[in-house]
Design a protein. Structure first.
Length: 264
């Protein structure tokens, strides 16, 4: 619980499993009160290992997967509730923006009350057949709660697992108690047998780029600026609505006129 510290722990041998699940027993705690602690913990499955850097104590522009357990909101305009868990996949071309809490490169995330708990806190990362799932057990209920679920994720084999943490002007204790990796027995299509999984580039098949997303206080994403097609459809719906209202109004007006004539 000291300022301007960083550290990490990594496995010595690369992982060549296509399908796996990582269980992490951790604890984040300290004397700092609300918004007076930081910065957080990161869990990694990356090509690089043991390289100190600015992203929670590890390297930026990495290759692979990162799961961030961010405890401090650097963006004062954000409506998200911290601590906040988020996922990022990088092929070395993306930079993590601390000032925006990584919002522009985030794939998905959720809020989790994981700091200063008096019970054990756990996180699970599952990767199977291109699907990335992150679950938490931080409420002392001995059950997993879904946090992140993303399809279309491509991660190569031969990368390293690790965890890192960093402090700045504020501080906290970031404890890794255990990291346990499990192999998942999953059937793959025959064509997967011809793929060199060590050569796959980390990527995610999204309908839109994470940078096109706008922050949502619920922890999810909503669409960004309207495209040409969306504007056209919106105007078409509005025009149809006006026509329907005009027809209904004309019918009502005619009925009223007929009723008035009968009255007189």
């Amino acid at each position: 619980d000291e300022r301007s510290r960083e550290g990490s722990i990594w496995n010595r041998v690369p992982c060549f499993l296509k399908d796996w699940e990582l269980h992490v027993h951790f604890r984040i705690h300290g004397a700092g009160k609300k918004n007076l602690h930081g910065d957080g913990l990161a869990l990694w499955y990356t090509q690089e290992r043991l390289v100190p850097g600015p992203v929670f104590g590890s390297k930026d522009n990495f290759h692979g997967l990162a799961i961030f357990l961010d405890t401090y909101p650097n963006d004062e305009a954000t409506e998200r509730v911290f601590p906040y868990i988020s996922a990022m996949v990088n092929n070395g071309s993306l930079t993590y923006d601390h000032s925006k809490d990584g919002r522009w490169t985030e794939l998905a995330g959720c809020t989790a009350d994981l700091r200063n708990q008096n019970h054990d806190t756990f996180l699970a990362i599952r990767y199977s057949r291109g699907r990335l799932t992150v679950m938490t057990d931080v409420e002392d209920k001995n059950e997993w709660k879904n946090c992140i679920d993303i399809a279309g994720v491509q991660l190569p084999t031969g990368y390293f697992f690790g965890a890192s943490a960093g402090t700045g002007d504020l501080s906290d204790n970031h404890d890794i108690i255990s990291m346990k990796l499990f192999q998942l027995m999953v059937e793959h299509p025959l064509e997967d047998e011809t793929v060199d999984w060590t050569k796959i580039e980390p990527s995610v098949s999204l309908l839109k780029s994470p940078k096109d997303n706008v922050d949502d206080p619920t922890g999810n994403f909503r669409s960004g600026p309207l495209t040409g097609w969306k504007v056209f459809l919106l105007l078409l719906c509005a025009l149809l609505g006006i026509i329907v209202c005009a027809v209904v109004g004309a019918v009502v007006f005619q009925k009223r006129q007929e009723r008035n004539k009968r009255f007189y």
